[in-house]
Design a protein around this ligand. Sequence first.
Ligand code: SF4
Length: 335
Amino acid sequence: MHEARFYEKRDEEAVYCSLCPKGCTIKEGHTGFCRVRENRRGTLYALNYGHCSACAVDPVEKKPLYHFYPAHTILSLGTFGCNLRCGFCQNWEIAHGEPRTVTLEPAQVVAMTQAQGSRCVGVAYTYSEPLVWYEFVFDTARLVKEAGFKNVLVTNGFIAEDPLQELLPYIDALNIDVKSFRDDYYKKVCKGRLAPVLRTVSLAKERCHVEVTNLIVTGLNDSEAEIAELVDWLAGLDPDIPLHFSRYFPNFEMEEPPTPVEKLYQAREIARRKLRYVYLGNVWDEEADSTYCPDCGTAVIRREGYRVRGVAFKDGRCTACGTAIPVVGTVWERK
Ligand code: SF4
């Protein structure tokens, strides 16, 4: 059993967990909202420490990260539990179910990463919510970084400020889900709040590479006004932040029909007025997956799905006109 961090004893009966903005008061023998932090006789334990429910070597593009070590692979690990409960959850079997797990030590993760060869850039904590795997992610990310590899979080961004600030020095890139630009949507559909997620995007942007995903759900968060507000906010932070609009399909507790593809293209039109790099997920359109030079329009990184198929990009610049393209790391090429 691994003791959790970021909690305090309230009285003989209960502890208070401050890892995320839920701020659960957890009685003896109970777990918090995320189901993975349990109070046993006044000590809070991280029940999922070292428990891995999913492990694969994925293209970095699948996270999705399109401006971070293109064409590289990344060892991807997930656990169970979540501090939100989104009606459309795509990973509900592991986020809210009882998946089978294998046990891993942080040092084993480093050895597994080293065994992947030069194409593998590091480790992604993904599939389920990594922020409720905090202690294991923290311990592993430190070792992974010491070994010269990169750490990536694919996250809902719903975390308190102190634990985030402690973790960020070990993290190189994040894909953060901004599920909506309405607090009401966060409350009703996800059982969370918007403001802490926006704070995470801002704080992470100061130290790491950040890309943002927005899942557009039919009739719930797809109005032009809401998309324009999200885009305005991101552009205010940095117009170079890559934004991925993703197409919703029915899953878990939600039965609304799949988002019409036209809605995705409409959202992209709105976003392109202020952001330079906008992509569509779950649409399978090469044109919508590729990166274009904002100056001359050349396809600097041409993708088919998650595969990089052509590159007109060298030393951080478009090879056609020399414009700087904000991409972290080099494109992997077979030697
Ligand atoms: S991390 Fe879990 S237990 Fe802690 S406050 Fe958040 S939901 Fe509650």
